[in-house]
Structure formats: C-alpha cells, structure tokens
Design a protein around this ligand. Sequence first.
Ligand SMILES: Cc1cc2nc3c(=O)[nH]c(=O)nc-3n(C[C@H](O)[C@H](O)[C@H](O)COP(=O)(O)OP(=O)(O)OC[C@H]3O[C@@H](n4cnc5c(N)ncnc54)[C@H](O)[C@@H]3O)c2cc1C
Length: 463
Amino acid sequence: MKDITIVGAGLIGSLLAIYLAKRGYTVEVFERNCDLREVTPKRGRSINITLCDRGLKALDGAGVGQIVRNISVPVYGRLIHQENQQLEYQPYGNNQEALCSVSRNELNRVLLDYAQNNFPINFHFNEECIGLDLSSTTITFKNSITGNILHRQANRIIGADGAYSAVRQRLQQRSRFDYSQHYAAHANKELLIPASAQGAWTLKKNVLHIWPRGQHMLISFPNVDGSITCTLHLPFEGESSFDSIKNKQDLQHLFVTMFPDAMQEMPELVQDYFTNPVIPMVTVCCSHWTFKDKIALIGDAAHAMWPSYGQGANSGFEDCAIFDQCVGEYRDNWIETFRAYEQQRRPNADAMGMLSEQHFVEIRDLVGNYEFQLRKKLERKINRLYPTRYIPLYSLIAFTQIPYVEALEIEKQQKQIVDELLKIKELEQRIDNPEIEDIIHKLMHSRNVELQKVSTNLLEFAR
Ligand SMILES: Cc1cc2nc3c(=O)[nH]c(=O)nc-3n(C[C@H](O)[C@H](O)[C@H](O)COP(=O)(O)OP(=O)(O)OC[C@H]3O[C@@H](n4cnc5c(N)ncnc54)[C@H](O)[C@@H]3O)c2cc1C
C-alpha cells in the first residue's frame, strides 16, 4: 500500500514525487513527453516563470530551494516603459523583496535531477495516460515510441498532468463532478532578447520590464545567462492581434508603434515570432479534486490559472507542501489526507484563479495608469509606516504564506483606507506632508481592530 503513481513529471509532479519519496513511499512517475534533460530545449517553448515566497518555501521544504535560487535571477520590481518612452520603477516592496525569475525548463530539469539523484523514484518517459478505470484504479499508458500499451493497477494515483489533465477528464465523466474553464481573449508568445556579445543583459537586469499598451503588452524576464525572455500578450483576434499579424511588415509595424526600444534588442524577432507557438490562457476550476482514497489532482490539473499573477507554479508547489503536511498528519489514512488537502487548497486555488483574471486587466491596462500608480505609492507609504499591519495585496500574495482567501479578506479592509485617501484633493503633491501621515494614522487606528479580526495569520506575521 506504500506505492503511489504520479501522472505527469512537470514542475508539480516532480516536486510531489520528492516529497512522497522523502516520506518513504515508492513513487512511480509516468510522463507523456521524453525526458527533457536528454534533448536541447526548443526555443520559444520554455516560458520563464517568477517564483515567490510560497513556491520557494515549498521547494525549501523538499530540500531543493537553494539549487533553484542558483539558477534564478532576483527581480525587485517592475520597470514600466510608458508610451512616451519614460520609465517608471515600481518596487515590489519597501524591503528589497524579490521574485526569482527562472526558465521553466531549467527548473523542471533541476527538479528531475534532484529527484533521481537523491531518491529511488522511477520516472517512465514517453508514457501517455490514455485511460483510467475508476473501479479498479487501473491506469492505461501508451508508449509514444514503441506503441506498447501498459495497464497498471495502482493503489493511489495523483494527476499532476497539467491544465488538460487526462486524469481529471476521467473524473469529469462521473456524475456531480463540477467543472468550468474560462479562456482569455488574449494569448501569449515567447520572444527573446539575446545576451550581448560580452554575455551581459542589454536591458536593466534585476527587474521585470513591462510595456503596458491596453490590449497589448510585452513583459520581459531576465535569465542567468544574460538573455532576457519576453512574453508578448496580444488578443487572438481583431486589430493588431495574433490573427491579424500575417507577415514581417505587420509585425514590425506593431513593434515600431508599441515597443520600439524592445525591438532594437531583438535581432531575431521575426523568426521567433513566426516560429514560436501561441499559448492560450485558461482558468480551470473543478470539484472534487479527490476520489475516495484513490485519486487526487494537483497543480494545474486541479486549478489552472492565467499567468498574470505568476501564481500557477507557486500555488502548485504550495499544494505539494500542504499535501505533504496532510500525509504527515494522517499517516496512511488516505481518506482523511485527501479530505484535509482538498479542504485547505481548493477554496484558495479558486480565489487565486479569480484574482489572476482581475490582475491581467490590472497589469495590461492599469500599470501605466496615473491613479493606479498613485494607489501603489500610497500602499507603499502606508506599508512603510505600518510594515506589519498594512501589507499590499501583491505582497500578501507574493511575500507571505497567508492563504489566498485570507489575503483577499485583508485586502478588502485595506482597500478602504486607500480609497479614503484618494479622495484628498491634490494628493500627489501633498503625499509626503505630515498632514497626510496624520490622516493615515487615524484611518489605520480605526481599521486596525477590524483588520486583526479578519486574519489571525496577519497577527502571526506581525509578530
Ligand atoms: C506564459 C506563462 C507564464 C507563466 N508564468 C508563471 C509565473 O511567473 N509563476 C508561476 O508560478 N506560474 C507561471 N505560469 C504557470 C506555470 O507554468 C504552471 O502553473 C505550471 O507549469 C503547472 O505545473 P504542472 O506540473 O501542474 O503542469 P505542467 O507544467 O503542464 O506539467 C504537466 C506535465 O504532465 C504531462 N502530461 C500531460 N498530459 C499527460 C498524460 N496524458 N500522460 C502523461 N503525462 C502527461 C505534461 O507533458 C507535463 O510534463 C506561467 C504559465 C504560462 C503559460
């Protein structure tokens, strides 16, 4: 009864395998693709991701956090490239808080290496899950090289097979399985700013560069080798969309009009654009994530979300850490383990999925917007005055482990303070005057009690 079958050796399947092997389980992982360590990664198919405290803490818990930090570049804020070519720096926090920018492929490689070098985990590559019999928990794989079919009776199955999970699709066929998916009208495509001849970054290094242009947006993430991976966000259809850009001239027109400074650093823009795939963004919500004491979903298989908040992998890693805690607490009582895991994670994942959709609009339309910037400035100011009592939502999500649902509750209270302050006339000119600080103290005093009511975790954090 100590064996566990994981479907999918992506980021989340690999980390979960490590956690479970550490607990002494026999872990078999089946992955549809070949071993990504044995092939040269295709350009344009490995996006970059940013890891925050949640993800890093979960990686630390498995013993692999420092190795991941070594292949990451810290980013301390956003550098906004305005349409008028001006730059506006927005730090993530007042205390040098940083996200870690890392290539998803490199991260996956490191996790696979760490898993195989330290634990007796069996990875089976080129094995696609094509069927699952729920009554006997027999899972069927097809080998993509030999065509061989394998039927495997498994004691316990964890579906870590991503947003289009085959394991989840089988659960969806049961009655009373709730499922929803929501695609964005926008998609993204990876582009590259190569390192200079000296191997250096050609744009400022320790920041995320963002070019917000309403329906269009470019974001860039630094890599350790001096290159910078960019993600281009465009609508699928309509003017200046993935659909309407048919040739080199269309593409150059878009970049000259919207992202001229970035374009200067992209010698292979045209080739990259017409080679790399368009990646859609989908939110997946489903229930239940678990079936009896036999099957559970984790990571994107349970809760895919738009990448705008940078929480997909982070929340999936956090799933692994919480799953591990539940395994530790309930030992081999899998009914209780699954129940506790789903109870803790599902409401939080649903909340984060919703927030990611909202945030997409925020970064696309608002990051370059005057009121948005003033709001951020105020949030930083209040946080400087009350570092442990007022934590902006982005920081609650990225730099604490306070559950997402609770972070949203805290934000509801905090937002009222900023809303009040924004009513003050000529606020921007007066923001550093003592009178504004007095108003902040008064507002915080009256809100503090309510803030503390909504979050015991905030109190813990404050200590
Ligand atoms: C453009 C973009 C930017 C992003 N940025 C961030 C970010 O900044 N921060 C962040 O935290 N997250 C980010 N994400 C999200 C993050 O990439 C995902 O949340 C994360 O990769 C999910 O990991 P996973 O292991 O659950 O799923 P996946 O990474 O999809 O892995 C699933 C694995 O299962 C395998 N598989 C699929 N089907 C089968 C099958 N039938 N049989 C066997 N194996 C199968 C797949 O081959 C794959 O290896 C971003 C995503 C995108 C698209």
